[in-house]
Design a protein around this ligand. Sequence first.
Ligand SMILES: C[S@@+](CC[C@H](N)C(=O)[O-])C[C@H]1O[C@@H](n2cnc3c(N)ncnc32)[C@H](O)[C@@H]1O
Length: 264
Amino acid sequence: MSSTIRHRPPRAGSIAARLGQSRVASRLEGEVRVTAADLVDCVAEARLKVAAVRYKVEGEVRNKAEKLKSRVSVAAEKLGDEARFIKSWIDDPLRTGSVTPSSPALARRMASYVDPEQPGPVIEIGPGTGPVTEALIERGVDEERLILVEYSPEFCELLRKRFPRATVVQGDAYALSTTLAGHLTEKAAALVSSLPLFNRPPPSRTALAKEAFPLMVEGAPFIQFTYSVISPIPRKGSGLKAFVSDWVLRNIPPARVWVYREAS
Ligand SMILES: C[S@@+](CC[C@H](N)C(=O)[O-])C[C@H]1O[C@@H](n2cnc3c(N)ncnc32)[C@H](O)[C@@H]1O
């Protein structure tokens, strides 16, 4: 005969029942408290995560908006330069010499022949709206070392705004020593020219080079771009060494850069 032991629940109201109930209740209460605290922590953590994501997203959106704004303003400025150039060309086509500013590729090529380590001022003649000036600074020539000789008063005003630490001289580059009097206090390290030289007869171009070299240190380059296939500074009897670059195709029209130095 098998005997089964059956646990009967304590009778309601008995001491055992009350004791049992209060233990279970306090254990349950404890568990509920821990679960509630966990829940509060989870919610706080989730809130922190949401705030971090929102901060990151807002930052990225702000960054993108800033970048877009600066690209729009650069584009607007470029458009402005094109318009200024066309106006200048309409006013005086021979002096302006081009309908558009030089491309960054051509400007960089010109600047590449300047040694930024060579001390002394760097003279730029015919800077226009400043693409070559910008390339020279990018190359490592400090803005303060730049002496910009520009004929057009409108371009000079613009250059003074764009390059406030450079010396902007409004005047004629073909009378270089007179124009630079009082501005050039030591010999220059280089001269970079964008003048439309072919609008002048050969003797004027020769005279320009003859006037420029004594203003520079020995071995300094006279850098000139041209759309033409021949040397803009007449070479015969000039006593100059010359180097010509390959065609810079990323410019309209394609151009080459001549670098002249006095033969020693
Ligand atoms: C072909 S644009 C070049 C402008 C700029 N450097 C560029 O590459 O876009 C020639 C510039 O030379 C200036 N210029 C022409 N004759 C000049 C002169 N005799 N003295 C000084 N600047 C002159 C014009 O006003 C014009 O800004």
